[in-house]
Design a protein. Structure first.
Length: 469
């Protein structure tokens, strides 16, 4: 291990590290994925060291060029990661020193692994946030496009997974657009809080050396410097914010996936996915399984667990840095990977969905889903709604018992059970009328309101693309 007697971090300890502790401290098998952002941060640091005279300009140049060659090795996949060197930082520093000589050992001047890893995580999260924001935007656009494609197709709306009132299929799809729009907002909010650069905070108290952290911040694109060195190295709320947003996003994707599973089931039978986005059974040749949707639904649990894991790590830590924070990376990386997989897959599933519109129309024309509208009709005629609800419920029970549609209730029965109902009220309870009546609020299901929702969503997507995500 690098921690052996005489090593960098054991200079005041007289014995070699215990092998059990050495194994626990190794993180290079997962933190090596920070290598490229670590190199970018180190190059900016090296340039700054040369600019302020803490190393010579020649030494600074050697560091920057040597780091560039390490980056190429990392990209090619042939960098020799050594677990005995513990982490990504020590591996890169040792390799740099072997390539350029004693100048490589000066790279760590005026910084600690504490502020170094805080910088790396911000850089990595910044890149991941930008990429994921783009994927989420494309998924939202796919939902809007699908809503426009299905047009004014009616569909049954559900509460408690029981048919409730007729809606438009586009309204259902646009509901997920709204959900994911808030997820997009959370990712956008995080961008602003990633603007503080922690490098220069040292192990916890900053440094007495004459550095210019502002030069590093400018090169790396940070608008601000960390305001408090303890906070800069000890806090992981930016990762927690990302993990929380990622967990919420995956839960929302899971709900969308569950709807797809239901839609594509034989029992619902209102949608189908292309063969390329389904699988068959190893035993039952007739099966066409929506595995992509099921995998998204299942992977939501990973994102939830990752958030809980890091919350549990951080909740008991005193200021400032503690080695427990090594455990922040695997949950962080796993949520990034999960979203990198789930968002494009969800988009492809939405794009691939084809709906059986006539079946949806027939389901939306359920003869009892007009009950609420009949109760509203009574309320407009002065019947207290609770009483109107009771009267219409009795009429529904009468029709169900005799297996006749609500609109075919005999006039005498209507007059007996709903005495203030106009005789023509039942005849007006047609599917087009039920849908058109829901136009009193911007979020209603009337076709013109849904069309306005879709137009507004298109404008929002275009504006977001214009100003950046």
């Amino acid at each position: 291990m690098s921690e052996k007697k005489g090593g960098l971090a054991r200079s005041r300890l007289g014995q070699d590290v215990d092998p059990a502790l050495a194994r626990a401290g190794v993180s290079v098998h997962f933190d090596q994925r920070l290598a490229l952002v670590d190199i970018a941060g180190s190059q900016a640091h090296a340039r700054m060291l040369g600019a302020v005279g803490l190393v010579s300009l020649e030494e600074s140049r050697l560091m920057v060029e040597g780091l560039a060659s390490l980056a190429e090795a990392v990209r090619r996949g042939d960098f020799p990661w050594d677990p005995d060197l513990e982490d990504v930082h020590m591996n890169l520093e040792k390799a740099l020193t072997e390539r350029i000589g004693p100048a490589g050992a000066k790279l760590h001047t005026a910084r600690s692994r504490n502020d170094q890893v805080a910088l790396d995580e911000r850089l990595y999260l910044r890149e991941a946030r930008e990429r994921l924001a783009g994927e989420l935007w494309r998924l939202r656009a796919a939902l809007v496009n699908k809503a426009l494609e299905v047009g004014e197709t009616p569909a049954p709306g559900y509460t408690h997974l029981q048919r409730a009132q007729p809606i438009l299929l586009a309204h259902h799809l646009l509901a997920y657009y709204q959900v994911l729009k808030r997820d997009q907002g959370r990712l956008a909010d995080l961008r602003g809080r990633l603007g503080e650069m922690p490098l220069g905070s040292g192990a916890l108290a900053g440094t007495g050396l004459p550095i210019r952290a502002d030069l590093v911040a400018e090169e790396l694109g940070f608008p601000e410097l960390a305001a408090n060195s303890l906070d800069a190295v000890a806090s992981r709320d930016l990762l927690l914010e990302f993990l929380a947003g990622g967990a919420i996003l995956m839960v929302n994707l899971s709900r969308l996936a569950e709807d797809m599973v239901l839609w594509c089931s034989t029992e619902f039978g209102v949608a189908e996915l292309p063969d390329t986005l389904t699988t068959s059974s190893s035993m039952m040749p007739q099966k066409k399984n929506p595995d992509g949707a099921e995998l998204i639904r299942g992977k939501a649990g990973r994102a939830i667990g990752n958030l809980v894991a890091l919350l549990s790590v951080v909740k008991g830590l005193p200021m400032s840095y503690n080695r427990d924070l090594q455990e922040d990376k695997e949950p962080f990386f796993d949520t990034v990977d999960t979203l990198d997989l789930a968002l494009p897959l969800a988009r492809r599933l939405v794009e691939g969905l084809s709906f059986h519109r006539e079946r949806l129309r027939a389901m939306a024309d359920d003869p009892y889903m007009a009950a609420t509208d009949l109760a509203d009709h009574l309320a407009q005629r002065g019947v207290p709604f609770r009483e109107a609800h009771r009267q219409v419920g009795a009429l529904v029970a009468y029709c169900l018992e005799r297996q006749i549609p609500l609109i075919e209730a005999p006039p005498a029965v209507l007059a007996q059970l709903c005495p203030l109902a106009e005789p023509a009220s039942l005849a007006g309870l047609t599917l087009p009328n039920l849908l058109a009546a829901r136009d009193k609020t911007p979020g209603g299901v009337a076709p013109r309101m849904v069309a306005a929702q879709a137009r507004k969503a298109q404008g929002e997507l275009a504006a977001e693309r214009e100003r950046g995500l």
